[in-house]
Design a protein around this ligand. Sequence first.
Ligand code: PGA
Length: 260
Amino acid sequence: MKKLIIAANWKLYIHDAAEAKKNIAALKRMHDLLGSTELLVLPPLPLIPAVVSATKGSGIAVGAQAVSPFEDGAYTGYVSAQLVQEVGATWALVGHSEQRAQVLDGIPAAGATLDLVAAQVRAAHAAGLRVLLCVGEHERDPSGAHFSEVAEQLQTALAQFPNTGTKLAIAYEPVWAIGKSANEACTPADLEEMVIFIRRTLTELFDRKAAAKVPILYGGSVDAGNARELLVQGGASGLLVGRASTDAKTFIELLRTIQQ
Ligand code: PGA
């Protein structure tokens, strides 16, 4: 199998440094089994330093779940890409649907707009972070409107990205498939079609060779039952795993299935 990127999006499921360290210790114990697979852990922001220290020398990368588009100034509550880079993060997740959402758990939210996501991509890249840009439609549309939705997300977010496409990866996360069970996830056939579409959209933004190299991950209800088929039949270059990545035993089971 090609070199994969597996990202563990801990969201707000991990609540303290002790739990984070326990998870990392378990991942380190099985790291040899992973071969060339790149592992990325995305903890809640305040836990980044603890996870950076726990992963030291292991080859496991650490990233921020979100970064502010701003570097300096009157931005109460924002955390800049420079700050997370300074405490050891090397990746930033940008444009996750839970960040873009207008309503979260029934509460109106200040969801990130296309312009805000584009500014976050620019800030993360400027700080030297690798960018994992999330795109994905809200619902599948028989007339194919979901393709336009994804294209618009890519075009706006990457309009000013260097056309070498380096330090960029895309995570295709259909919103309807996030946080469900594996049988409600995207099918490998639908994923394969979307991976081809995303690749084609990238060739319009970057030069062809550069576009071919950008990893395209899948996320949304991935677990040990569907991880392998999404990679092999769906043609994804990796996975962005939420809930199933937060319990070390469950995550390791998933990682084992993709090594077979
Ligand atoms: P899930 O989350 O695996 O819990 O569906 C994926 C994500 O939102 O990154």
